[in-house]
Design a protein around this ligand. Structure first.
Ligand code: IPD
Ligand code: CA
Length: 264
């Protein structure tokens, strides 16, 4: 199984790179009149949809029996044993503003676990990937969290989801709690890249709620394989079907969960 997963992961990296190349080339001609709004401040364009079409067609050819959960909803899953979880463009708001980062995210999961994940950040040509039990990599180099950082040195991501009405109070309390207490606070507009930043030891923790499985699924296994910890807001390691994620270098995980208790 491991050999098979390793080969499959390499194939998925190629698919993600192909979709990423498409995103980069379309950005040269992108104009704002091509943007549609899904909800307040939540955008989509033909680029997200075409990227998804490229990915779904390629993955169908690689694993014909797998189902799909995709952000733009062009393919579905029913009773398949395995299914792909795909964000064809994570960081859409960055993309439409000509800002970075943005990424292609592809994970393969079953009912109980994530088998592989690939996050390709196109602007820096950074391909993060992992498969179960195989370690985590960035462009073929092994990556690892920086577990030496305690909370007072930790660089934390406090991301802001589109659902401001439900999250505003939580976000403000988290920022208020960590500002001046943690080493620093960032947000970068791509949940997947943020979690990979923790996996690569650049950041030490990250928190967000009201996100899609496609935003975090691929990055979550990359972080786990890089030695990090992923739970939901209650600290439960079975987070796969939820919309709330706490990701860390392990060392600061309890600090993040304790801070979330203060928001309730
Ligand atoms: C969004 C990004 C963003 C996060 C949002 C996500 P999208 O995904 O990951 O960082 O704050 O909650 O929905 O819309 O760019 O694919
Ligand atoms: Ca997206």
């Amino acid at each position: 199984m491991n050999n098979h997963l390793q080969t499959l992961t390499q194939q998925v990296c190629e698919v993600a790179r192909k979709a990423g190349a498409y995103l980069l080339s379309e950005r040269k001609n992108f104009s704002e009149d091509k943007i549609e709004q899904k909800h307040a401040h939540d955008y989509v364009s033909y680029v997200d949809k075409s990227s998804e079409d490229i990915i779904v067609a390629e993955l169908r050819a690689i694993l014909p029996d797998a189902g799909f959960l995709t952000e733009e909803g062009s393919a579905t899953h029913n009773d398949e044993q395995y299914w792909w979880v795909i964000d064809p463009l994570d960081g859409t708001t960055n993309y439409v503003h000509g800002f970075n980062p943005f990424a292609v995210c592809i994970a393969l999961r079953n009912k109980t676990e994530i088998l592989l994940g690939v996050v390709y950040e196109a602007t820096l040509d950074e391909c993060f990937y992992a498969y179960k039990g195989g370690g985590a990599y960035l462009n073929s180099q092994p990556i690892h969290v920086n577990s030496a950082h305690a909370i007072d040195q930790a660089l934390l991501g406090i991301e802001l989801p589109y659902d401001s009405s439900r999250y505003k109070d939580i976000a403000l309390k988290l920022i208020g709690h960590f500002f001046g207490y943690a080493g620093g606070i960032r947000m970068n507009g791509s949940a997947a890249v943020a979690i990979c930043n923790v996996a690569a030891g650049r950041w030490d923790g990250w928190i967000e709620r009201y996100i899609g499985q496609w935003d975090y699924m691929a990055a979550a296994i990359i972080l786990q394989e890089a030695g990090g910890k992923v739970t939901n807001f209650d600290g439960d390691e079975f987070f796969l079907n939820g919309d709330d994620i706490v990701a860390s270098n392990s060392t600061v995980h309890q600090d993040l969960l304790d801070a979330l208790k203060l928001t309730r």
